[in-house]
Design a protein around this ligand. Structure first.
Ligand code: PRP
Ligand code: URA
Length: 225
């Protein structure tokens, strides 16, 4: 049970929690990001490098995942060590988020995977949802929402809303390229969700594309244009 002072500190931290924005600036990530940004990069290289960037980001994103102390026996003696205290659930936003799943699950092979299907209406830029299937352990897990692009933030915000309604409360948004507009929207609508990006770009253009960005991530990943 919490003492008065501890409860006050806990309540204060809950009510004043602000979105943490972390840009994962690393030479390997920058190099691979340059490859997927290039307009001449084809589907194969786009897919491989996107996957590798997600893999490199996973280490940093999971840095603060809760652990529990366990006592185990090695071949030589007793060892007090730490294991993950929470399961990790990956939720890619279809379609483009699928391109980040393998890279992260290579590092966390026990992670369950849920799916949320959303597409942006070309004219209004509003997200339209068409699918959602989440694993039952989502409510008590650390949830990583995956989408390469955070543009207006409409899709990510709608996906996070669905995940919260399902009952999850530890949610991190993992994108590759973000626009200031998208970051601001998540900060406003989901201040409790931390955002991880490989790069924060300049702005959105009049069609809602990130500038300089990398174009349409779903089309480039699946070769649909
Ligand atoms: C892209 C991208 C995000 C969304 C970002 O998906 O993968 O989900 O746009 O834009 P927003 O921040 O303005 O909502 P898209 O709608 O093109 O669907 P797709 O992945 O199926 O191509
Ligand atoms: N969705 C994309 O795939 N690319 C953008 O630049 C914006 C939204």
């Amino acid at each position: 049970m919490l003492h008065d002072k501890e409860s006050q500190v806990l309540l204060f931290s809950i009510f004043t929690k602000k979105t943490m924005l972390k840009i994962l600036d690393h030479p390997l990530i920058s190099h691979k990001l340059s490859i997927i940004r290039r307009k001449e990069t084809g589907t194969k290289d786009f897919r491989e490098n996107l996957d590798e960037i997600a893999n490199l980001m996973a280490y940093e994103i999971t840095k603060d995942v809760p652990t529990k102390s366990v006592q185990i026996e090695t071949p030589v003696g007793i060892c007090q060590t730490a294991e993950l205290a929470k399961e990790i659930v990956l939720i890619p936003i279809l379609r483009a988020g699928l391109g980040m799943v393998d890279g992260i699950s290579n590092l966390i092979p026990t992670a369950k995977v849920g799916h949320i299907g959303l597409y942006r209406d070309h004219d209004t830029l509003e997200p339209k949802d068409y699918y959602s299937k989440l694993p039952p352990n989502t409510t008590d897990a650390v949830v990583l929402v995956l989408d390469p692009m955070l543009a207006t933030g409409g899709s990510a915000s709608a996906a996070i809303k669905t995940i919260k309604e399902f009952g999850a409360d530890i949610i991190k948004l993992v994108c590759i390229v973000g626009a200031p507009e998208g970051v601001a929207r998540i900060e406003k609508e989901h201040p409790d969700v931390d955002i991880y990006l490989a790069a924060l770009d300049e702005k959105l253009n009049d069609k809602g594309y990130i500038v300089p960005g990398l174009g349409d991530a779903g089309d480039r990943l699946f070769g649909t244009k």
